[in-house]
Design a binder for this molecule. Structure first.
Ligand code: NAP
Ligand code: MG
Length: 398
């Protein structure tokens, strides 16, 4: 490797897995060059969370990062780790600095049938992670209230629109916003990632009902597509497809997968849980943050698997699934290889993924998958044995 990969270490069981992956499956095979940032909660606390910001800045500089799952502190964690403050979610901090969109993709293996059996190819969900109901202002209003939207422009001019006159009943109101700049970034991240993956991209909103708000999303996507991406999409043989959200949901259910589904913030929140569950397991879901400038941060979609970690601390064996974390590494290595023209590195990433899938399809898997798999012969292995089994298959490919 020539350019370093930004390595963001994390917490609990995934931190244990992180080291095992490196020791068993990476350093014996490749000249791994990383710039290491310890995002483990203790070190975040020691550095007043500066390390998180530094790791995101380094990602901007080098272009590719791989991140371990990290604890987002709550009151219990403040107590457990004797924290100086309830530090913010590292993912939130990194996303704000890179201005990126998160794409989540399931890893499909034989023996684990999605709840929608026709979904034979992955559906990648891209969630717009800014605004709407997540940054709302809302009120409960008493009967007899008259509620209006008021916008004061920079010259002090007011525009008013009636929301509702609450005659005869009390009620509720809600104010939402989004900003063109964020929607534009979202659109560009989505179009870039579709080109990257050579997959169609779908986007949907409720523009027939929401003629200004949702319609703005539709227009921004259409404009950016026409002006910046149409030719590239045609050359790549892929499509941008816009439809209404309810039509999209119906089509998704009937589809075979194999595309990227861009969702507004709330739709993405809801649909990503549905899609993840339908494909079987959160432990088989990878996640990549893509910035409109073409910067990539790879990680697993699941958390630090706290319950398994406490077992591990007691010296008990765990059977924690490392596939999503492993695919975060292979995704990052392949991207680094593509950017630096290192074909061998890309080949290694491909082989490691193949060896992993082969291991599971030959019936060797962690407990979470053993519960789901329909293979006739399966063997449940512990966290480390699973990685060693992958290594045996990888060795035969090298
Ligand atoms: P979690 O770590 O995703 O685990 C929830 C449960 O899902 C586990 O107890 C386990 O079920 C199952 N599971 C998840 N990943 C698995 C894997 N790789 N292998 C096997 N089973 C797996 O979620 P959480 O327990 O709610 O959160 C723990 C910590 O992670 C929290 O502090 C949270 O802040 C953090 N978190 C971080 C990220 C991130 O960094 N991206 C994302 C989400 C959560 P069983 O116990 O039934 O085996
Ligand atoms: Mg959700």
């Amino acid at each position: 490797m020539t350019t370093p990969l930004v390595e963001m270490d994390g917490d609990e069981m995934t931190r244990v897995i992180w080291k095992m992956i490196k020791d068993i499956l990476l350093t014996p095979y490749i000249d791994l060059k990383t710039e290491y940032y310890d995002l483990g909660l203790e070190h975040r606390n020691e550095t007043n969370d500066k390390v998180t910001v530094e790791s995101a800045e380094a990602t901007k500089k080098y272009g590719v990062a791989v991140k371990c799952a990290t604890i987002t502190p709550n009151a219990a964690r403040v107590e457990e780790y004797k924290l100086k403050e309830m530090w913010k979610s590292p993912n939130g901090t990194i996303r704000a600095i890179l201005d990126g969109t998160v794409f989540r993709t399931p890893i499909i293996v034989k023996g684990i049938t999605p709840y929608i059996p026709t979904w034979t190819k992955p559906i990648t969900i891209a969630r717009h992670a800014y605004g709407d109901v997540y940054k709302n202002t809302e009120m409960q209003v008493p009967e007899g209230s008259k509620c209006e939207l008021v916008c004061t422009d920079k010259n002090g001019n007011e525009t008013r629109a009636l929301i509702h006159e609450f005659n005869g009943s009390a009620g509720i109101i809600q104010g939402l916003h989004n900003v063109d700049k964020s929607i534009e970034s979202f659109a560009r991240s989505c179009f870039n990632y579709a080109l990257d993956m050579k997959q169609d991209i779908w986007f949907a909103s409720k523009d027939t009902i929401s003629k200004k708000y949702d319609h703005r999303f539709k227009d921004i996507f259409a404009e950016i597509y026409e002006n910046e991406y149409k030719e590239k999409f045609e050359a790549a043989g892929i499509e941008y497809f816009y439809t209404l959200i309810d039509d999209a949901v119906a089509r998704v259910i009937r589809s075979n997968g194999g595309y990227i589904w861009a969702c507004k913030n709330y739709d993405g929140d809801v649909m990503s849980d549905m899609v993840a569950t339908a494909y079987g397991s959160l432990a088989m879901m990878t996640s990549v943050l893509v910035s409109p400038a073409g910067i990539y941060e790879y990680e697993a979609a699941h958390g630090t698997v706290q319950r398994h970690y406490y077992k591990h601390l007691k010296g008990e064996k765990t059977s924690t699934n490392s596939v999503a974390t492993l695919f975060a590494w292979t995704g990052a290595l392949r991207k680094r290889g593509e950017l630096d023209g290192l074909k061998e590195l890309c080949d290694f990433a491909d082989k490691l993924e193949k060896a992993t899938i082969q291991t599971i399809e030959e019936g060797v898997m962690t407990g979470d998958l053993a519960l789901l798999s329909t293979l006739p012969d399966k063997r449940k292995v512990d966290t480390e044995e699973f990685l060693v089994e992958i290594k045996q298959r990888l060795d035969k490919m090298m």
